[in-house]
Design a protein around this ligand. Sequence first.
Ligand code: SIN
Ligand code: CO
Length: 384
Amino acid sequence: MYELTINQLSHAEFLSQYWQKRPLLIKGGFSEFEDPIEPEELAGLAMEESIESRLITNHNSDWQSYHGPFEDFSKLTEQHSTLLVQAVDHWHPIAAQLLEPFRFIPNWRIDDLMVSYSTPHGGVGPHLDQYDVFIIQGQGKRHWRVGLPDANLKQFAQNKSLLQVEQFDAEIDAILEPGDILYIPPGCPHEGYAVENALNYSVGFRAPDQKDFLSGFADHLIDSEGGKTRYCDPMLSIRESKGQLTSTEVNDIQRLMQDALSDPEQLKHWLGTMLSQPKHDMDLAPLAPPLLHTELANYITTNDIIERAGGVRTIYQVLTDSIVLSVNGDNYSLATKHLESIKLLTDLPHFSGSEIEDSLNCIEFAQMLTRLINEGTYFLQEDD
Ligand code: SIN
Ligand code: CO
């Protein structure tokens, strides 16, 4: 397991002083850091159709960007090139462990683990990200500069899939060594160039904007055949100008729209599905043969360790008289008495059978966990 130290700061101090506020260089955030993945394995992932990857080169300041999957790595030249692979946590269980030390930030805010391999002078150039990121230095060294948000900085497209930003003043200017970490809040310009062949791990976060939430909710209304209350005006009276849409009418329309969002239970169910939706395909190993829920209490012994598969998104919400557990876009309604068991499923990467013993004997909990185990979302750790 990776153990994170944030310069002598507690998690709470980091959140209050730096999170979404200021970039931070964390020297030796992971001591004696060992890479969870080798460059060759990363290249293997970049050959897969279902895995999102990019290769960026910057020979003689000419930026080029190529999208995977890659059949060969001739573009990954000895210098001036970077290979980037998204959502490695979905595909590589050991690399997925790198997310765990950052789970002092809630599950639903965590996006994915992106891994890059850069050859000397390689990088993606100066740019801004809309999201918080921790960039962990793996093998090799990389020279990073990070600036503060500046509304005057102009962004431009180096080519159609590479957005960069003009030069900026650096607040942090450092050569990262294995185990060093950079925390970069949204909107801080940054650039990093490999000094020697380097692996970097980006723990990325997400923060949907109003458009994401509203369009997602509109899709939900269509799917659930909701939102059908129509505008009405039984008190309509003659007005001086027929062309006018009055402020009162605008207020009525605004209220009509807000009413669609006003049922907190419906909103919570929908948020559960939206925010637990995996970003990329899952690489789950379904249990064969599948279990019946009546077999679950015998299948899981008190000594078994139950693990959550990499990339699985789990959250729960407490409703008035039940709990909604959301796993990879599916909701399960469970009795409030299962709260402690649900916390184990969502808060921890693994837990023991004895900790959920009571819940296992309850049919609704057993049905839910049987389904999750059958699809491979949770599985029993194999004995060494
Ligand atoms: C990289 O690892 O090359 C890119 C990370 C970033 O700047 O977001
Ligand atoms: Co970035």
